[in-house]
Each structure stands twice: as C-alpha cells, then as structure tokens.
Design a binder for this molecule. Sequence first.
Ligand code: 13P
Ligand code: SF4
Length: 301
Amino acid sequence: WPAFADDIDAILALKRERNAVILAHNYQTPEIFHCVADIVGDSLALARKTMTVDAEVIVVAGVHFMAETAKLLNPDKTVLIPDPAAGCSLADSITAEDVRLMRQRYPSAPVITYVNTSAAVKAESDICCTSGNALAVVKSLNATRVIMLPDEYLARYIAAQTKVEIIAWKGRCEVHERFSAADTRELREAHPGVTVLAHPECPPEVVAEADFAGSTAAMSDYVGRHKPARVVLMTECSMSDNVAVDHPDVDFVRPCNLCPHMKRITLANIRSALEENRHIVTIDQRVAERARWAVERMLFV
Ligand code: 13P
Ligand code: SF4
C-alpha cells in the first residue's frame, strides 16, 4: 500500500525508539491491523494480551473504553489513544449513578458489566464480561439472577442460553442495531449457500437467522475452522477486510455498517500519538482500583 508507506515506516521507527506496542481491535482498517499492530483481537484478547506486554508505551488503536481497560491493567505504563473522541454508543448509554440505582432496585443480584463501558461504570460492578466470555461469567457467579449491563441484545442472547434470570439495561450498539432479519434473508437469497455469522450485539432476530453468533474473535475462528465457501459477517465493515486477508479461498459477501468511533483512528493520528506522546489515558485512582478488580476478576473465569 504505497499511499500508506510513509506513515507505516515512521510508525515502525517510532515504536522502536519509544519502546512502544500497538494494540488494534478487529474493527481497525487493514493498514493499521496488518501493517503496524503488534497485538490484535477482540476485546477479551486485547485485555488478556495487554497484561503480558513488555513495553513502556501502549498505543490503543480502538475506542476509548479499550484504552481505559489497557490502562487499568497497566497502571505504570503510558497508554495513548490517538483520538480520545473515539467513543461507543454502549459506553454512552449508562452512568455510574444508573448502576447504583439498579443495585438499589435489585439488591441481591450481582452486577455484570460489559467491557464497553467507562471505568466509572466498571467501578460499580462485581465483574466485567465481553461478548466472548459473557455466558461463562454468568455461570461463574452461581446466582439465580444477575444484572447484565448495558447491552440489551447481548443480555437477551445470553438469557436464551441459561436458566439464570438476566436483568438487562436498554443500551444498544449503534452499528449492530442497524442489521435486520430481512437483511439476512435477502443476503441468503442473493448469495445461495452463504454462511451467516452475527455478533451478539445484533438484534435477537438477526442472531436467530444466523448460522453462528459470537464475538469478533469467535467469528474469525469460525471462518478458519469451517472454511465456508462463502460467508457474511453481520458486524463492522473492517472485520471482513481483515479476516479475508488470511482466507483468499473464502468468498466474503460484504454488506457492512461502519463504526464511526473506530474509524477515528488512522495511521496519521497513531503516528502523531507516538511523536507527541498524546493523548495520555488517565483514570482517577479510586475509580481505577475498583474497576481493575472487576476486569481482573473476569480474566480468571
Ligand atoms: P468484541 O469483543 O467481540 O471484539 O466486540 C467489541 C465491540 O465493540 C463490538 O462492537
Ligand atoms: Fe461501540 Fe458498536 Fe462501535 Fe463496538 S461497533 S465500539 S459496540 S459503537
């Protein structure tokens, strides 16, 4: 990719100079994901792998909650986010005060918080989860009912797989909520034999129409294991572009919805983050201690 060569060369040199690593979520564009990232994956893999990082600086090519999670797990390292305005509609759907009110309303139910939340919300939780481990986290609590915040659709997806009563919130991913069951049926008609994979942040009727539902890493693994002749990933646009690089023999049908927050991260702002040491992620110490506990607890499930 000649258009990107100058930024890629500069970023690779800056990483060496600054003893830095770049974490990239599966929704980052291919030139970031394949050319400059050191660690890639879903939210769970990024959290797990960030704990093994032996570098002074961590640049998070992802959204703000991912950068906060990296900072929680690496309090002594410098964590940079190239654009601090890279938010998330799920993280914006709930506040710490909302969680406290839910606890008052259901005092005996433990609170499970999706990692797509602010550190302040995590600090009010008993344990975090991702789309990759949510069911295991519910089971680990041995409770008859739990509060699962803030993604209503993820909560409904998990509720369908357990007898545990799940009390949900009303948050939605602005990207995945746009997929419909009609989209899925039209794709099957237009592309006979296509295998449909959906992220659990999609509406339940989309998940019901899919052949498989799972986190971004689970979808990627599915393609590697089953090698479908033709596949569609009901998720963010860059996911198919990134997975397709490793599977030239699989035909990817690519309708997609773009995450405007993920797309705020570019090679240019990764380069200036490393050149100018910005934007440094900070978390209030008392909030960080409680939020770290909820994230670490999830990593031991
Ligand atoms: P994953 O944890 O499955 O990568 O999902 C993160 C996300 O933001 C999905 O929209
Ligand atoms: Fe948040 Fe949805 Fe974007 Fe993921 S895709 S970061 S859940 S808005």
